[in-house]
Design a protein around this ligand. Structure first.
Ligand code: ATP
Ligand code: MG
Length: 744
């Protein structure tokens, strides 16, 4: 017994009390790092090892797959593997229940689950059928309303009735209705349906309810502060019979209100579940005292919170470190250099996390880490160079660099759609094999065009013309010019424009980000007094793209958003981009509660750090190809200055304006909303859409300037080709169809 109980002795008295309290409702309300999750896993271990409770009777739910996996691992360390216990996310738990009984709520058991992409397609089709012109009616917007309704169990009719029956409301209600019909017809559920239907099943079908109520005699919910109404009902329905519900959470860490999380679920727990025992944990075991104090100095500015302060018996530790970089590239370089300096015998890469506000921030770090040979892993979201549009553009550039790269050409010949189906592609490849030619050579053959449909033939003619021209001229063009020409002349960019969706906008944002990478490369070469080449650039990027995505547990720095870092901890944490507009995000300024939620997110971020915390910002930031001067984050200014050190600590100015925080009115203009497409198009199109100068506008003897080679003199003109003598590189033959020339 002594030995078995040893693991419980590691808990402090309050934690142990919570772990041993099995019967009746129990709330563990406590701040970050106080051992809530640890207590829960020990509680499960105690049930199974000491109380002989079957794992079959236990349900533990949490929010993210990563958190669920972590909890499963921790329990398995305590009780051994292979328990097959329900330690799951909400969605996964509902899915399992529905797989058994979906027929009871009007679905077939083999129903499919629609992901956000599928959902958008359904909405897009509904918009098309109704010929809706209104640009504000984006699929994402409509889906957010539908999701909101579903979370509150509001039907389309009810939505229409309660929202004033104007044409806009009627349209949305109508689309909502048809969306529901489409899903039903396809035997499909979206993520909201999973919870909604599980709740419906449990509340309407008594025998099913009784079965699961009996099965789950002990129920636990981690991160309870982030539950929404439906998740709350799900838990409540299951717990009704045995009433052995244990929830843990921290009202200061609620970061999903924008998705319907209701902080009152945790605050009202005692009212909801009568006789609930409440246990508070006040000791933080995770962070050094300075870090904890900094977290408190930020979160105390929120008005709507229960006052509580954690203590620690840990040393003060080092002060927080603040660094204000000149620009975001330097910010990433600083972080890479610090990581390099910190890592050694005593500290490994996996001790370090970089937590940012938006996924788009990751590229800078990927570049900088790659440059320094620092292994890294991007959690959630794609690694930048794995994104589809980035890979597509890489393939285009590869074919330009190497026209016999059939594999790359195959990837993009129907991207955007050019009317060549899989069968035609196979035929064309076979033809190339027979003729012993490259696929591009086959596509450049007029006889081949005739064998295709009229549209496809024309498309292949155009595509091969662009690629051949660029391949021929690639030495005479800057990489960025090639890139622009590809974007515009292959129709890739305008295909995205036509889609006009949230995803297509974000694709364009990524393409802009890719262009920033090209500019970076060109700038580097320029600084070294050299000319960049396409082949060198491609080599550089391929090397980066091929770095394996590191497996969990591997020795690599972790990159992720602040949202996905909830519940995790790292010895060293970097929080970059501490700037107004980025963090707090400008999106949060619309709503009064917006800033408070961002502040909780900041609290979550700070409290991930165990030993060292770095905060950085950059004076000038280029995001999505657009540069702006920035101001240091409101949250940065809230941190007690005695806890933080570093150069360029923010000046006092601007401090007063924010006193009495809670509802600050930011006094800086955010300018026009950023339109990535328009931005990219104007930049690329003016340069690449048409020849810059035609032969008729030039004559031998004209002085010209070239984007890549600088000043030169026209020697002769022949058809569409000009021979130009450049001061820097001597005589070059240039195709006027594409040459970036200006007369001087
Ligand atoms: P969060 O609010 O971030 O989810 P949490 O309250 O769930 O945090 P845990 O992740 O369970 O906190 O624990 C934080 C750290 O403190 C872990 O490293 C854990 O091992 C350690 N810890 C918890 N309880 C104790 C204890 N009694 N003695 C020593 N270390 C502890
Ligand atoms: Mg936790």
């Amino acid at each position: 017994m002594q030995q078995i109980m040893e693991y419980l002795n590691k808990l402090n008295p309050e934690q142990r009390e919570a772990a041993l309290h099995l019967d009746g409702p129990l709330l563990i309300l406590a701040g970050a790092g106080s051992g809530k999750t640890s207590t829960m896993t020990h509680r499960i271990a105690y049930m199974i090892r000491e109380k002989g409770i079957s794992p079959y009777n236990v349900l533990a739910v949490t929010f993210t797959n990563k958190a669920a996996k972590e909890m499963r691992d921790r329990v398995e360390t305590l009780v051994g593997e292979g328990l097959n216990m329900w330690i799951l996310t909400f969605h996964a738990a509902c899915l399992r229940i529905l797989r058994m009984h979906a027929d009871r709520v009007g679905y077939e058991k083999n129903f499919v689950v629609y992901d956000p992409d599928d959902q958008k397609t359904v909405i897009r089709n509904a918009l098309k059928e109704r010929a809706v012109e209104d640009k504000k009616m984006t699929p994402a917007y409509i889906l957010s309303i539908i999701s909101d309704c579903k979370e509150k169990e509001i039907s389309p009719e009810e939505y229409e009735r309660t929202n004033g029956e104007n044409p806009k409301v009627r349209l949305i209600a109508d689309i909502y209705k048809s969306y529901e019909q489409t899903l039903k017809k396809n035997n499909a559920m979206d993520f909201d349906d999973l919870i909604l239907r599980a709740v419906q099943l449990l509340s309407e079908e008594e025998d099913v309810r009784l079965f699961f109520q009996n099965k789950f005699r002990y129920i636990m919910v981690d991160e309870y502060q982030d539950t929404n109404y439906l998740q709350y009902r799900f838990v409540k329905l299951l717990a009704e019979q045995h009433n052995n519900l244990c929830v843990v959470g921290d009202d200061d860490q609620c970061i999903y209100q924008w998705r319907g999380a209701d902080i009152n679920n945790i605050l009202d727990f005692e009212k909801d579940f009568r006789g609930a025992k409440v246990i508070k944990l006040e000791q933080n075991y995770r962070s050094n005292a300075n870090i904890l104090a900094a977290a408190h100095s930020v979160i105390k500015n929120n008005r709507g919170r229960k006052e509580k302060e954690l203590w620690t018996d840990k040393e003060k530790g080092e002060k927080l470190r603040y660094y204000r970089a000149d620009d975001d590239k330097e910010e990433a370089r600083f972080i890479a250099a610090e990581i390099d300096r910190l890592c050694g015998p005593a500290r490994s890469y996996s001790d370090i996390a970089v937590l940012y506000r938006t996924n788009a921030q990751s590229r800078r770090f990927e570049d900088a880490f790659f440059g320094k040979g620092i292994p890294y892993r991007v959690l959630g979201g794609f690694r930048y160079y794995d994104r589809k549009e980035v890979k597509d553009m890489m393939s285009y550039m590869r074919v330009v660099q190497n026209p016999s790269d059939d594999l790359s050409l195959e990837r993009i010949m129907n991207e955007p759609k050019r009317g060549v189906g899989d069968k035609s592609v196979e035929k064309l490849k076979a033809l190339a094999r027979v003729r012993k030619e490259s696929l591009l050579a086959v596509l450049s053959d007029p006889e081949v065009w005739e064998g295709l449909s009229a549209a496809a033939g024309k498309n292949m003619e155009e595509l091969s013309a662009v690629i051949n021209l660029l391949a021929q001229e690639r030495e005479n063009l800057k990489v960025s010019d090639i890139y622009d020409a590809l974007l515009v002349r292959t129709g890739y960019l305008s295909a995205l424009e036509k889609q006009n969706t949230v995803e297509s906008e974000s694709r364009v944002e990524n393409l802009l980000e890719f262009k920033s990478a090209i500019y970076d490369y060109e700038k580097e070469k320029e600084d070294a007094g050299e000319l960049g080449t396409l082949s060198e650039f491609l080599e550089k990027i391929s090397l980066m793209a091929e770095v394996d995505n590191h497996e969990a547990g591997e020795n690599a720095v972790v990159l992720m958003t602040l949202h996905s870092s909830k519940g995790l901890e790292f010895p060293v944490v970097f929080m970059p981009g501490m700037e107004d507009g980025l963090f707090p995000s400008w999106r949060s300024f619309d709503k009064k509660e917006g800033i408070e939620e961002e502040r909780r997110l900041c609290y979550v971020g700070i409290t991930r750090a165990m030993e060292r915390l770095y905060l950085t910002s950059s004076e000038y930031r280029t995001m999505y190809g657009k540069g702006e001067h920035t101001r240091e984050s409101l949250f940065l200014r809230e941190i007690d200055k005695s806890l933080i050190e570093g150069d360029g600590i923010w000046a006092d100015k601007g401090f007063d304006r924010y006193s009495g925080i809670g509802d600050p009115t930011p006094d800086f203009s955010l300018g026009e909303p950023f339109r990535p497409f328009a931005h990219m198009k104007s930049a690329a199109e003016t340069k690449a859409a048409k020849p810059v100068l035609s032969a008729s506008e030039l004559a031998p003897g004209d002085k010209v300037s070239h984007n890549k080679f600088g000043q030169g003199l026209i020697i002769s003109l022949e058809g569409n080709t000009a021979s130009v003598a450049f001061d820097s590189v001597g005589i070059k033959k240039l195709a006027l169809d594409i040459a970036p020339l200006k007369k001087v």
